[in-house]
Design a protein around this ligand. Sequence first.
Ligand code: GCU
Length: 698
Amino acid sequence: MTTHTANTAVHPAWLPDAALAPLRTRTVAVLGEGVCLDTVRAELADARPAAPAEATLAVARLDASDAAAGTSDLAAALGLDPGALPTLPASGFAIVRTAGRAVVLGADDAAALRGLYALAREHAVAALRSEPHPDGVTTSAPAMPLRMLDHWDNMTVHPVMGQVERGYSGGSIFFADGEVRTDLSRVRAYARLLAATGIDAVALNNVNVHAREARLLTDGLPDVARVAAQLRAYGIRTFLSVSFGSPRLLGGLDTNDPLDPGVAAWWAEAANAVYDVVPDFGGFLVKADSEGQPGPFAYGRSHADGANVLAAALAPHGGTVLWRAFVYNHTQDWRDRSTDRARAAYDHFAPLDGAFADNVIVQVKHGPMDFQVREPLSPVIAAMPRTRVALELQVTQEYTGHQRHVCYLAPAWREYLTFPLDGERTVAEIVAGTPGGGAGQARPSHPAGGIAAVSNVGDDEFWTGHPLAQANLYAFGRLAWDPTLEPDAVLEEWIALTFAGAGPAALPRIRAALHAVMAGSWLRYEGYTAPLGVGFMVTPGTHYGPSVDGYEYSPWGTYHFADRDGVGVDRTRATGTGYTGQYPAPWRDVYESRRTCPDELLLFFHHVPYDHVLHSGKTVIQHVYDSRADAVAELDDVDAQWESLADLVGTAIPTALDTRVRERLAEQRRSAVEWRDQVRSYFFRKSGVPDATGRRIY
Ligand code: GCU
């Protein structure tokens, strides 16, 4: 018996009716054509129609030609002074507020839709703060040209990984029982949520492309087109993860060699077929020569050769290849101390700078290892000034508590995005291709890439397993649009929208409690798990819960080298793997020296004795003991804060949501205590150094 219908009882997340109500009670006019303007009309279907000049809410598309002409017709139609029409940047929108009216103008129809949701957000935040929004013009445009979510969804249920690889929110919203779902209403609701954050691209299937999913590119195309139609209505383009092995697997060729003319022709035909049914198709996402996926190395070809054959196929249609830099040896001998997994992406990709086609974007994980709670930024991001680079983040909480632990990740992402990686430009500026940093810079701008993240969504009733993990999805979209936003302000927006119906008495209490629970939760999670940037002390396979030596004697290249005298990986140029040499100044020297290396990354870069004194003034071993205890102790306040909202359950806070949050908080505490005790005991037994405060260590 197949179940092709999506779970219909779905939490409205950050777009409850209450958040849209202030717009729907106005008199409304929507001007212009376009699929997203039809969506605007549907959002406002309950509102009373009015002539544009009289409407208290007008939404219009302001084409470049209008703007150039001083745009008298549109201004007149809207009842605005022609001088009041702003100049819109590409993909941007403006909200013009005058005396009780709001006019939303989009540079294209998707931008107009995003402007409408931005107006709802402004209303919600103003209500939360009890301050009316001032009159005037606000203009907004995306910092990143590509703002993408990657789904690691499989069509069938994988025996080990489940249906969604590293998914903690149930099954796929796209696929069920080996097929694309018949009922795509859930996909449509998802697209709506994403549009309100600014996301404009979604890859439907897992980067590990299994046999069934590979065929999405061929006989699955009519179904891909159905999904694309849902996403298109919200200004989102569809991408597919494809297997580099497709020519052999799907086409029956005897090679996947990217320089073979038959292979090139096969890819060109495959691309033509996609664009026949999805004319605005975004392109391909590729994981090649990585963790068992096929790739160009088998033919003695480079990753530029591999990417460029796909790029040539997509180029006539305007499509893009997102080619992942996550390439390393996953069958390493743990006895081999000369191979350093952290070096791998740079060693493979930096020499290829300038060799990739213009429609290739190299997608680089934020850290050199694999989405650990604390890693330095990947040096690859700054190493390829002639290559389009996208930053890859993980919204799904693979290494940050599986959406059972509260872990609001925006503070981490903001730290990455604002990090001046090449000494002049931030990571956000590098991947966005903006000059940044002011005049007199020595370095040229990089070409524009973008930002992508692994989605945390499934067919769970709350979308994300932990209801509070919705905030991570929201925050990713908002930071992709504007990387300079403050994580606390984004959290405030999310609270204002999600609980828009809570009412003026409850809302400030919810705000206060959720800030206390969520704002510092990333550092808290770091506090009770692996210390000082060392990483990978997780249960092998699942990556949930502690296992300090779980990966220590494995082939994965993820070691901490703890012994009786010390812990950490020597990645210096002087005595270690030389990884610090992959960084530009000043970081190559900052990280090289124990004296200047930041505490939180010390064990990533250095092997130190347990009595090494940190900048904080504590020894490494005492830091291990204290931080784990302090972080667990903070959970008392987390529980108390949620408990303080108990009288709102059933009214401002849905009962089912409260039940889910409580269940997760209990598991977080259990797991955090386990982390604290295992990590402390491990290092006590290795080092023999007692806790200076005399606490019991098992
Ligand atoms: C991690 C993760 C895998 C995933 C891989 C990737 O290793 O555990 O499930 O496939 O990253 O990013 O490709």
